[in-house]
Design a protein around this ligand. Structure first.
Ligand code: XMP
Length: 501
């Protein structure tokens, strides 16, 4: 190992986020605007994101609403596997909801047939709150469009859709899978707000609306697949129904599978990766968690496309307390980064332990290509779970008020394990004996997660500016070229001065 790397490992041994600050550099940026600063990163070997934020696969953090916001803001959500064993469909449904979130092409627009009555068409418009219906025949060939305006002021009773629709010959249509740019140009040229897409035989492929194009333009950083759909990941285990679960998730269009177990450097993981690769070939696969160089090499040698790093730093996690195993997260990230290689390595996901925005930059410089956040998003509108009103004592006012709370729990907490088990299993298994490594806490309910993500990105952009560079990638490269130009280890009093408020 190069002497500089040894010095770095010595410096970070036993350390975590609050043990460091970075020395400010001459800034070359006029503005610290996330819209103009490049924060792009690699999530895994074949997935690049414009923002390095990933929401944790925890059953109190990431389901479809969270994953949608994360992908719209340029990051990624990983749907948790906290559903009962054998109960695969609910997780698949969450993935489908993300993949069906429409911004560009509506693949399955509301449709009527020419023979239906206007009364029936109006009922569909009212129910779906959609003002334009596509008209298709039994073979799904496009026959026309019917809008709210077409049905206004006409006797609706038995009048047929065919008598009021704009017929296909009078419509502007796109043939084949147009790119968004081609569709936009065509709509501008021909001054239409709706563009049905058909195949060579005239069968409906989808519908593009100008409203959706505008909405898409408002999300310039969103993480999308080749068809313009939002990206989403999903977690599976390493035993039981995990292969079946993966097969169904992939069928639903999930973009990446994460084999997530507490101790990823294990015989159980080795078997799971081999079986996964045998069945699903080169499907994008992330595995974790590990926290040592040996752990990373073990997973990389088995052909995973990214590795998740973190044993015990998580907010809802008690592994270190209950087992005395784990590695302080900054030490873990540096060791794992050196093991994975510094240039063009397998991407690492820094998972857990981030309690303040500044720590995100540390996670991203010391080793993470992306950072996975759980408790930072807890209590937001997009997290699953009910709001409960809890009494809170206000000592100054000498009274009690009801405050809305949501639950955040570790995925290895007794409660989360109990929910994953079938009822019969719960009777036959001594749950305590499973060895819980997580806790459940109440977190004050707050608004949407979107402004929190946007705040994080603003702070990250400021960090890039303080770092004297113009992009996150450049900052990482500079740091690894000469870590001690940036790194300052803090004394106990400097930690107090920095982080105690
Ligand atoms: P933060 O600190 O962002 O961390 O809340 C999220 C990560 O914590 C991990 N996690 C657990 N680890 N027992 C554990 O050992 C648990 O019950 C548990 N629940 C979550 C997980 O890696 C997550 O992404």
């Amino acid at each position: 190992m190069a002497p500089e790397s040894e010095r770095l490992i010595d410096t970070v041994r036993g350390c975590t986020f609050d043990d460091f600050l970075f020395r400010p550099q001459y800034s070359v940026l006029e503005r610290r605007d996330p819209a103009t600063i490049d924060l792009s990163c690699r999530f895994s070997e074949h997935i690049t994101l414009k923002r390095p934020i990933v929401s944790a696969n925890m059953d109190t953090v990431t389901r479809a609403p969270m994953a949608i916001v994360q992908a719209e803001e340029g990051g990624l959500g990983i749907i948790d596997r906290g559903f009962k064993s054998g109960d695969i469909e609910p997780q698949v449904r969450e993935v489908e909801k993300v993949k069906r979130t429409q911004h560009v092409i509506i693949r399955d627009p509301y449709a009527v047939t020419p023979e239906m009555t206007l009364g029936q068409a109006i009922a569909i418009m009212r129910r779906s709150r959609v003002g334009t219906l596509v008209v298709v025949d039994a073979e799904r060939r496009l026959r026309g469009l019917l809008t709210e305006r077409d049905v206004r002021f006409v006797p609706t009773g038995e009048t047929k859709v065919s008598s009021r629709m704009t017929p296909v010959d009078a419509l502007v249509t796109g043939v084949g899978e147009l790119t968004l740019d081609q569709a936009e140009r065509l709509m501008l040229e021909r001054k239409v707000k709706k563009l049905p897409l058909v195949d060579a035989a005239g069968r409906l492929l989808g519908l593009i609306t100008s409203r959706d194009i505008v909405r898409q333009a408002r999300l310039p950083f969103a993480s999308r697949d080749a068809h313009g759909r939002l990206l989403v990941g999903a977690a599976i285990g390493a035993k039981g129904d995990y292969l079946e679960r993966a097969a169904e998730l992939l069928k639903a269009g999930v973009d990446v599978i994460v084999i997530d177990i507490a101790h990823g450097h294990s015989v159980v993981m080795e078997r799971a990766i081999a079986a996964f690769r045998a069945r699903f070939g080169a499907t994008e696969l992330v595995a974790g968690n590990v926290a040592t160089g040996e752990g990373v090499r073990f997973l990389v040698d088995r052909g995973v496309n990214a590795v998740k790093i973190g044993i015990g730093p998580g907010g809802g996690c008690t592994t270190r307390i209950t087992t005395s195993f784990g590695v302080p997260q900054i030490q873990a990230l540096v060791e794992c980064r050196l093991a994975a290689g510094v240039t063009e390595p397998v991407p690492l996901i820094a998972d857990g332990g981030v309690r303040r925005h500044g720590a995100i930059l540390e996670a991203l410089l010391f080793g993470g290509d992306t950072v996975m956040l759980g408790s930072m998003f807890a209590g937001t509108e997009e997290t699953p779970g009910e709001i409960v009103q809890k009494p809170v004592v206000l000592p100054e006012a000498q009274r009690t008020v009801k405050v809305p709370f949501k639950v955040l729990r570790g995925m290895a907490s007794i409660q989360a394990i109990r929910d994953r088990l079938d009822v019969e299993d719960a009777d036959s298994v001594d749950i305590e004996a499973l060895g819980a490594e997580g806790t459940e806490v109440s977190v004050p309910a707050r608004g949407s997660v979107r402004p929190i993500v946007q705040d994080i990105l603003r702070h990250l952009s400021s960090s890039v500016s303080y770092g004297g560079v113009t992009s996150l990638t450049e900052l990482r490269e500079r740091f690894w070229d000469d870590p001690f130009r940036y790194l300052q280890k803090l004394s106990a009093s400097a930690k107090r001065e920095s982080y105690e408020r």
